[in-house]
Design a binder for this molecule. Structure first.
Ligand code: ZN
Ligand code: ZN
Ligand code: ZN
Ligand code: ZN
Ligand code: ZN
Ligand code: ZN
Length: 195
């Protein structure tokens, strides 16, 4: 079976990763070492299945004003963006709102709404809010580094717990298909399609 992705000129095949194999995903620059990847072997172009299947448009709870659009590369002259979710730079795929200068890594856009972490007895929930209490410098309860008030975090909603952590400390899980497609009125072709 062959596939076509809007970010790449050649057809892709779905490859089941064998134990010991490792590839770098072109969409998020993270390693893929389990499940399947979309591959163009001649270009050594690889995509996680979830990065390849990521919706072109997404209605994201962190930015309700506008749909976020999947861009194959950064829209900024510098060639990179700063993720509004985790604060780290990115230079590959992003979900962006050009009007509001919102940019998200694909894995950050699909972070699970709640996770369990062995360092805390309760489930923790994602917060897209900034924790802007003036003068309060919170640090992450897992890595102890500062929590930026501008970025997302996971927190325990129990009032007796003062537990807040970086998103990237809480989980590396990605939940593809978490949010509904928010395509504009005309019918959008799927991002990956069979040929
Ligand atoms: Zn990826
Ligand atoms: Zn290629
Ligand atoms: Zn991010
Ligand atoms: Zn916007
Ligand atoms: Zn942390
Ligand atoms: Zn708790």
């Amino acid at each position: 079976m062959e596939y076509k992705h809007f970010s790449h000129n050649h057809t892709l095949t779905l490859h089941n990763i064998q134990p010991g194999q490792q590839f770098q995903c072109h969409g998020c620059h993270l390693q893929c070492n389990s499940d399947s990847i979309f591959a163009c072997w001649s270009c050594k172009f690889f995509l996680h299945e979830h990065c390849g299947n990521a919706n072109r448009y997404v209605k994201h709870p962190s930015h309700k004003l506008h749909p976020l659009i999947l861009m194959p590369s950064s829209t900024y002259c510098s060639g990179s963006f700063l993720c509004n979710g985790c604060g780290a730079p990115g230079s590959s795929f992003s979900y962006c709102c050009a009007l509001c200068e919102v940019d998200l890594h694909v894995p950050c856009a699909y972070l699970p709404p709640k996770v369990s972490h062995r360092s805390h007895q309760h489930e923790i929930f994602i917060s897209f809010q900034t924790t802007d209490e003036k003068g309060s410098h919170q640090s992450c309860k897992i890595c102890t580094r500062e929590l930026s008030s501008k970025h997302w975090s996971y927190f325990c909603d129990k009032p007796e717990c003062d537990f807040r952590v970086h998103t990237f400390c809480a989980t590396t899980e990605v939940k593809p298909g978490l949010y509904q497609d928010d395509a504009p009125d005309q019918v959008q072709a799927p991002v990956v399609f069979y040929i």
